[in-house]
Design a binder for this molecule. Structure first.
Ligand SMILES: [Cu+2]
Length: 175
C-alpha cells in the first residue's frame, strides 16, 4: 500500500469509528440503561395551574414508606412551596410545572435537572440519602430577579422526623 493511502486511512477510519461509537453509546443508554430525557408527563392550562389538580394542593405528600410526592409550582420568581422537608432516605417524586414563563429546576446532588415549560407537567424522581440542605435553583434565565428564584429541600435525620411525628407536628400530609 502506498504511503499516502495509509495516511488517508489513518484519518478516515477514526472519523468513521467516532460517530459509530457515539451511536452505540446512545443505543446502550436508551435501551440498555433506560436513560431518558425528563419528558412532559401531561399538560395543563398554565393560567389555571393554581386551581388544576394536582397543583390545587401544593406541598409534600406521603405516598408510601419513604416515598413522597412534591407538588410544586414555579412562577416569576419563586417556587411554591419554597421549603420541602423529608426524612433521610426519602424517595421524592417532584411533580412540577410553571405557571408563567420558562423556568428551570436544578438540584445538584441528587441530580435533578429539568426545564419547566408553562403548562407542561414535569415528573422527576430523586432519592435523598444524606441529611442536609439541598438548594433548588432556577437555571433558565427568567427575568430581572432570576437569581433570587430558589427553594430548598431539607432532609432531616431519622430521629428528628420521629420526634415531630410524636409531637403531632407532622407536616407531611397523607394522601
Ligand atoms: Cu425562573
Amino acid at each position: 500500500m502506498k504511503r499516502h493511502t495509509l495516511f488517508e486511512l489513518a484519518w478516515i477510519l477514526p472519523s468513521l469509528a467516532l460517530p459509530f461509537g457515539i451511536l452505540v453509546a446512545i443505543l446502550v443508554t436508551v435501551f440498555g440503561v433506560g436513560m431518558h430525557v425528563p419528558s412532559a408527563h401531561s399538560r395543563i392550562d398554565p393560567k389555571q395551574a393554581a386551581t388544576t389538580p394536582p397543583f390545587d394542593q401544593l406541598g409534600v405528600f406521603e405516598t408510601g414508606y419513604m416515598s413522597y410526592e412534591v407538588r410544586m409550582l414555579a412562577r416569576t420568581w419563586s417556587f411554591d412551596p419554597a421549603e420541602i422537608r423529608v426524612p433521610v432516605g426519602a424517595e421524592v417524586t417532584f411533580v412540577v410545572t410553571s405557571q408563567d414563563l420558562v423556568h428551570g429546576m436544578l438540584i445538584d446532588e441528587p441530580n435533578v435537572n429539568v426545564m419547566l415549560i408553562p403548562g407542561e407537567v414535569a415528573r422527576v424522581k430523586a432519592k435523598f440519602d444524606k441529611p442536609g440542605e439541598y438548594p433548588i435553583i432556577c437555571h433558565e434565565y427568567c427575568g430581572i430577579a432570576h437569581q433570587t428564584m430558589w427553594a430548598r429541600v431539607i432532609v432531616e435525620p431519622a430521629a428528628t422526623v420521629l420526634q415531630t411525628t410524636e409531637n403531632g407536628g407532622d407536616d407531611h400530609a397523607a394522601r
